[in-house]
Design a protein around this ligand. Sequence first.
Ligand SMILES: [Zn+2]
Length: 483
Amino acid sequence: MTAGFAAFLALSLIGVVRGQPLSAATQGADSAVSGGDTETPVGGRDYVAEVRANFTPENRRYASIRAALGFISPLFDIAVGLLFLFSGLSARMRDIAYARFKGLYLRLLIYLILFTAVSFIIEFPLTWYQGFALEHQFGLSNQSFGAWLGDEGKGLLVSIFFLGVLGLVALAYLAIEKSPRRWWLWVGLGTIPVIVIGALITPLVLDPLYNKFTPLRDQHLKEKIVALAAKAEIPGRKVYEVDKSKQTKKYNAYVNGFGASQRIVLWDTTLKGMKEDEILFVMGHEMGHYKLHHIWKGIAFGIAVSFFGFFVAQKIYEWGLGRWGFTVRADPAALPWLLMIATVLTFLLSPVTNGFSRQIEHQADKFGLELTHLNEPMASSFVKFAEDSKQDPNPPRFIEWWRYSHPAAQRRIDFALSYRPCGKSGVRAGFSRPSAGGPWVIAGSPCPSIFTPVFYQAEANRVVANVLHLHLESLRASKNVIE
Ligand SMILES: [Zn+2]
């Protein structure tokens, strides 16, 4: 549950920054760009039929269990929270901390350590099943139990370090104590540096705790990626490979960090299992995240969502305090109550955060095609992604809407085969930027390309409008209460 709180703080970062090219969503707006000009698969391959055939009964079983866990897991967290409160366990842990230590910081730190340890033990069966047993049962991981447990242990220590030792929870409690009605605002503001610094240090400090990152070794592939990056005006030297094969057999790649820490990372599983063209498309997709400023947009979105979330949380927290018998507002023993609220809100907001994520994933797909023109390799890469991660390529709409941070594989394949990148449509290839920092020009082409300033402008406006809308909603709601 401690992790739930951290997840709440970094809500969008998890889905957005770890931009897997993997799962999937599609927007109606694309049909305008792709037109009715559907491309017949070259070489006679029917990728949609392939991805459907690969979704065997066994894979379906795995996907169904995963989908069910997505709904069961938050319910389980809530049940554990109730257990802490009803049994008096939470109050007892608070009493232990209060009997031995003085000052909010130390007392909260001790409470957090106890709480993290006890909830880890209570939640262990589900954590083990989700993270270890299920992956092994379906042959998706070779990781030993000891290594897996070690990773879990690191996660707990990181969580205690940031929330307890660095005092993030103590700061939140200080705000709750000093400003009963407005703490959501202070905590929301405090979340801004946490999210920004979190995004900056994740690739430098947190990721290396679990895996080894090395600059891409395959020189031939590297040359091709660097050339692609040069075409998109991205510093190509920041391409890393990571030894993910020690934890999983799934494929992936992502872009994270920002400024000096921003990088594109390829899992070694992807390097091993994908063909060069497929990897190049994946790189084009990741470069899209980079080039379209998805990290910053993700951060802005995360901040807007967290303001909204904390505002609602404050109302519910206040409502429940007396009912749970807490007389002090900033009682550490009330933490399970706060975390239960965070769990519910995170769960209820997931269609919003996943919707945002699917939108930018789709933009990155479009960018990848504009950059590489690798329509077929894109389609075949998603056949592989879906098969390898045993993902439903065509899930029920509700499941996709609620749970998928990326468009479903079948939609991405359909898009890959129907979208006409500007250079491919026969109008002209290539693009240029006459003055440094000036607008992109596609000479002689009215093509609605992703590289045109119009595209950038429209996308930027759309994201800013969405973020502002959420922000205004929370401010408006606060005004009513203050009045
Ligand atoms: Zn992505």
